[in-house]
Design a protein around this ligand. Structure first.
Ligand code: GLN
Length: 189
């Protein structure tokens, strides 16, 4: 199995490393024709407005949306989560809109640019997950079909809807592979 990592901008190399450490082959995705080679896609953190514009410029937005609707598993972190959301509070920026969630960008306040926290994530086991947040969004609301996997400060920050997985934090930066493994084992069949 080969997993694509959207490589237009942001922390794609770190995701490739994490996936490689899970024993999976990866492919940097920059062109629509590359999508034929992959069975799942990871969308990294970065800047969601820039990534959205680049997705359109590189003619990737519609093909990825279509593949997602047809069942391709997609995992988005931070800006990637924003791109997966149907709703983005106060914004009309381009998005894939594959998940029935509404997100708020830069939601933990601009003063707190980045921080780390120990998260309790029942689906990952008993050991807390050390998460890095960088100008992170959170999930304001979810539809019934979405499973909220973890909250922090009363806000949902990790959620799954079938083959789609979204994290407000950056699991690719800490060396703990449990979130990537969760995606590989549960969202891809
Ligand atoms: N604040 C960024 C955005 O809105 C996301 C930050 C990140 O991906 N680390 O796109």
């Amino acid at each position: 199995m080969r997993v694509g990592v959207l490589a237009l901008q942001g922390a794609f190399r770190e995701h490739q490393k994490a996936l490689a450490a899970c024993g999976v082959e990866t492919e940097q995705i920059r062109k629509p024709e590359q999508l034929a080679k992959i069975s799942a896609l990871v969308i990294p953190g970065g800047e969601s407005t820039t990534m959205g514009k680049l997705l359109m410029e590189f003619n990737l937005l519609e093909p990825i949306k279509e593949l997602g609707k047809q069942g391709m598993p997609v995992f988005g972190t931070c800006a990637g989560m924003i791109l997966l959301a149907k709703g983005i509070a106060g914004s009309t920026q381009p998005r894939l809109g594959l998940m029935d969630i509404t997100v708020e960008r830069n939601a933990f306040g601009r003063q707190v640019d980045s921080f780390e926290a120990e998260l309790d994530v029942p689906v990952l086991g008993e050991e807390p997950f050390r998460a890095v947040f960088i100008r992170a969004p959170y999930i304001l609301s979810v539809e019934k079909s979405v499973e909220a996997l973890t909250s922090f400060g009363g806000k949902i920050i990790f959620a799954r809807q079938g083959r789609f997985l979204a994290a407000a934090f950056h699991p690719e930066l800490t060396g703990d592979l449990r979130v990537h493994r969760y995606f590989l084992e549960n969202c891809i069949s």
